[in-house]
Design a protein around this ligand. Structure first.
Ligand code: NAD
Length: 333
């Protein structure tokens, strides 16, 4: 029997995007269950019910997907380049288990729609060797050659969604995020991504007066960055669209990591020197081709990088201020 729409599960609801998605679904009037290994670290979840559970376990997935019509599958063992480049086995093992069990439990429990959060990391390394890269279209994912195990696992779960749709009629969506950023996400400790890490480094430089920050590699690697409000809006629009093939969700403004650091420093109102040190850089360049996104959703991300970074920087500066003054880094400042 199908579970009712209007009741939604968000897996990974203790994480960055999942936490924001729960809030936005609540605002839209949904009854929401969140599930995660941990509760959100920086503000309370608005979920009607929050299960602390390990989704690598089949039984936990069955309990989580019970009685909901929509599943937003965000749970993943992941982090920034430093984490992704150094934990291939753990990432492939944990995320494969989470996704295999989540989709099978959704099917058994009569879930109507399941949205899987994939990544731009599925795109082949050989199409991303130039900093001035051509934007990546959804079709570019094949022939497959993602750089890391993280991307391979995402690709496998994309296929899983496709086959569950074909074989069982599960109404699936697949979204490929391109570098989502914003407040209330990891900003320290090794799992943070480039925008949060740069905001933290610049904030520390500002608050300590030591105006030099480290950049991994030569800093000329390029990416596009999408603000969290646009991300949750896009997720919801995709779920409602009925579109069942993979879809990019990101900004298409390409910027180097060096330039991103300078933008953050301008927002902070300081000048910083950039010290380039050895570190994982990922692919040389990556950008989102939003042609299909515009066509399918009649919409695309609208928040400018500067506006999004301003809000993010202010939040992270508060966290750093709390850390420097001796408050625990996991608590709201
Ligand atoms: P996040 O790390 O903040 O959130 C993921 C959450 O999953 C964490 O809270 C973690 O505790 C939870 N989790 C991990 N293992 C679990 C388990 N065994 N059982 C239950 N929960 C578990 O990451 P995020 O940035 O919010 O990303 C959400 C999704 O979007 C992930 O699938 C990620 O791969 C994908 N994605 C994110 C980005 C980005 O830029 N943030 C880019 C591409 C794809």
């Amino acid at each position: 029997m199908s579970a009712p729409l209007g009741r939604a599960l968000v897996t990974g609801a203790g994480g960055f995007i999942g936490h924001h998605l729960v809030s936005s679904l609540k605002q839209r009037g949904y009854w929401v269950r969140g599930v995660d290994l941990k509760r959100p670290e920086y503000s309370d979840s608005q979920a009607d019910e929050f299960l602390v559970a390990d989704l690598r376990e089949a039984a936990a997935c069955r309990a989580a997907t019970d009685g909901v019509g929509d599943v937003y599958a965000l749970a993943a063992d992941m982090g920034g380049m430093g984490f992704i480049a150094n934990n291939h086995s753990i990432i492939l093992h944990n995320n494969a288990l989470i996704n295999l069990h989540t989709i099978e439990a959704a099917r058994r429990n009569g879930v109507q729609r399941l949205l899987y959060t994939s990544s731009a990391c599925v795109y082949p390394e050989f199409k991303q060797t130039d900093a001035n890269v051509s934007p990546l279209k959804e079709d570019d994912a094949y022939p497959a050659m993602p750089q890391d195990a993280y991307g391979w696992e995402k690709l496998i779960t994309e296929r899983l969604c496709h086959h569950y749709k074909e074989d069982y009629g599960l109404d699936t969506r697949v979204v490929r995020f391109h570098n989502i950023f914003g407040p209330l996400g990891s900003w320290d400790g090794g799992r943070e991504k480039a925008p949060a890490a740069l905001c933290r480094k610049v904030a520390r430089a500002k608050l300590t007066g030591e105006h030099e920050i480290e950049i991994w590699g030569d800093g000329e690697q390029t990416r596009s960055f999408c603000y969290i409000d646009d991300c949750v809006e896009g997720i919801y629009r995709l779920m409602e669209s009925g579109f069942q093939e993979p879809l990019n969700l990101g900004q298409d403004r390409l910027i180097s990591i060096n330039e991103l650091a300078r933008v953050v420093a301008r927002i902070a109102g300081i000048e910083v020197g950039l010290r380039h040190v050895p570190g994982p850089m990922g692919v040389r360049g990556r950008n989102s081709d939003n042609t299909l996104l515009r066509k399918v959703l009649g919409w695309e991300p609208a928040v400018s990088l500067e506006d999004g970074l301003r809000t993010t920087y202010q939040w992270i500066e508060e966290q750093v201020r709390g850390q420097l003054s001796g408050r625990s880094s996991g608590q709201p400042a």
